[in-house]
Ligand binder design. Structure first.
Ligand code: ZN
Length: 202
C-alpha cells in the first residue's frame, strides 16, 4: 500500500483506550465502547452486603446488565487484564431520577407517590414521576406532566418516527435522550424526547 511508505510522525500516534459507561435504567448496565479488542470482567456488587449479584465477562462494544430493577446501593467494578479498570458507585445526588408508577389503580398511585417523593429526599435527587393520575398532583409537584409537555413541544408526534401519539396512549410512550449521554448528550430536559412504544428500545 502506498500509505506504508509515508513517513509517520510517531508522536501523533495515540493508543486508543475503551470507555466504560454505566447507566441505571431498569437495572444497572455497563457499556464498553471502543475499538480496542479486549475482555472485560464485570461485577455488580450490592455495597450493603458486599455480595456480587451478577458477574460476567464481555468484549469491547458489548454491554452487560443485572436484571435486578429495585433499588440497590450498587458498586460496579470492571476488570481488564486482571486489573481494576473502572469503578462506578451509584449516586443519585442532584441527578434527575425518573420513576414511572405503572399501575392504573388510583389507590396504588396515592400510596406509592409519597414513597417516590421520600426516595427523592433520601437520595437528594431531582424527581420526575409519571402516573396515570397526573392531574391530581400537578399543583403539588412540578415536573409532573413531563410527557404532556414533551408531546406539546413535539406537536403531538413521536420524536423518532413522527407518527402521531394519542393522548390516551401516552402512558405507553417513553422518554429517550436525543443525544445519548455516552455520546456527550446533556442530562437535561432539552435533550429528552418522547417516543412511541415502537421506537423505544434499551
Ligand atoms: Zn415512533
Amino acid at each position: 500500500m502506498i500509505y506504508e511508505n509515508i513517513v509517520r510522525n510517531e508522536d501523533n500516534i495515540k493508543l486508543s483506550s475503551n470507555n466504560v459507561f454505566c447507566s441505571f435504567i431498569r437495572g444497572p448496565k455497563v457499556d464498553i465502547n471502543g475499538d480496542e479488542q479486549g475482555d472485560y470482567y464485570i461485577q455488580f456488587i450490592d455495597k450493603k452486603t458486599n455480595q456480587i449479584k451478577y458477574e460476567t465477562t464481555i468484549k469491547n462494544n458489548c454491554w452487560a446488565k443485572c436484571n435486578i430493577e429495585y433499588y440497590v446501593d450498587w458498586e460496579i467494578k470492571v476488570f481488564h487484564k486482571n486489573q481494576l479498570f473502572h469503578v462506578h458507585n451509584f449516586n443519585a445526588e442532584n441527578k434527575r431520577i425518573y420513576i414511572a408508577l405503572d399501575s392504573k389503580a388510583l389507590g396504588d398511585t396515592l400510596a406509592w407517590l409519597p414513597i417516590a417523593v421520600e426516595y427523592s429526599k433520601v437520595h437528594k435527587c431531582k424527581l420526575v414521576v409519571s402516573t396515570f393520575h397526573n392531574k391530581l398532583f400537578e399543583s403539588q409537584y412540578p415536573n409532573f406532566n413531563i410527557k404532556e409537555t414533551l408531546l406539546q413541544k413535539q406537536n403531538g408526534r413521536c420524536y423518532a418516527c413522527s407518527n402521531f401519539i394519542m393522548k390516551d396512549n401516552l402512558h405507553n410512550c417513553k422518554l429517550k435522550y436525543k443525544i445519548h449521554l455516552k455520546n456527550g448528550g446533556q442530562n437535561n430536559i432539552e435533550n429528552v424526547g418522547l417516543v412511541c412504544p415502537h421506537c423505544y428500545e434499551f
